[in-house]
Design a binder for this molecule. Sequence first.
Ligand code: NAD
Length: 300
Amino acid sequence: MDIGLIGLGNMGFPMAARLRETGHRLVVFDARAESIDRAVALGAAAATSPADVADRAETVLTSLPTPQAALEVATGREGVIHGSRIRRLVELSTIGPHTARQLAALLADRGIAMLDCPVSGGVAGARHGTLALMASGPADEYSSVTPLLEMLGRPYLVATEPGAGQTMKLINNLMAAATLAATAEVLVMGVKAGLDPTVMIDVLNAGSGATHASRDKFPRSVLPRTFDFGFATGLMTKDVRLYLEEAAKLGTPTELAETVARSWEATTESEGPDSDFTTIVKPFEAAAGVIVDGRRDRRT
Ligand code: NAD
């Protein structure tokens, strides 16, 4: 059975590679022709539009950058909604609960089910099939795609209403956004005080200050100054904005989230939306006049 996959970016492409390695037949589409060519080189079939994917596959996965792109791909002029074969859309993008509910309702009018299923675990998780997948939607649809989702990582059925998976994802990403920003701020303070950044990361990771930021993001992309973790600053800023929108609707406190949001907005402004999100350390460095550089071994 063919699986459709639309959006072959930092996340979608390694997911395509993983699904091909596990023996799935794929039909793919992306707005960028070169991304389609790379997937075809892995043995995927190329489609000419989202509707073409949905003419050829019952199950279509999407991994798109923004709510606007997700709406266009699902319900636009050449959207999957016009496909003849599609039975279900598995929305892997982070688009917020409002857009997820809107999409589910528009698709339901055409008899297409939607599983809202954002993911966490980054490019490495997508490549190795170790993502956390936060699904919400009809339980029978979830059951029918569970074997497929298990090829990508560990799926959870968060709830049966569309949008709940998105809410869970925004909660997860606010935590990730906050801990990356906090790690950047404290490492800059430590360097200014004369501490070695590599030693600081080692100590944090042995102590109670450890987070995913100190265990993975800083050692891999900040200390070596490669800034290549694989998630755009603009996309993390989008996720923090979506969190604030939802919290405002619910009337829950956002004191910490607002402070975190200011850091991400400042990084988008100074480093650009396409920069890697690990560049969040740079505005802190500029303000303090130091660099968190792990390539220099100051312990000798
Ligand atoms: P990306 O920008 O690298 O990839 C998005 C892809 O979608 C690109 O290849 C782009 O050409 C394609 N695209 C955009 N508009 C399109 C359209 N209208 N039609 C067809 N293709 C279109 O983004 P990403 O980092 O792969 O993220 C994808 C989604 O997953 C986002 O919602 C993001 O928030 C989420 N996410 C990303 C990560 C990460 O670490 N990168 C982790 C978890 C979740």
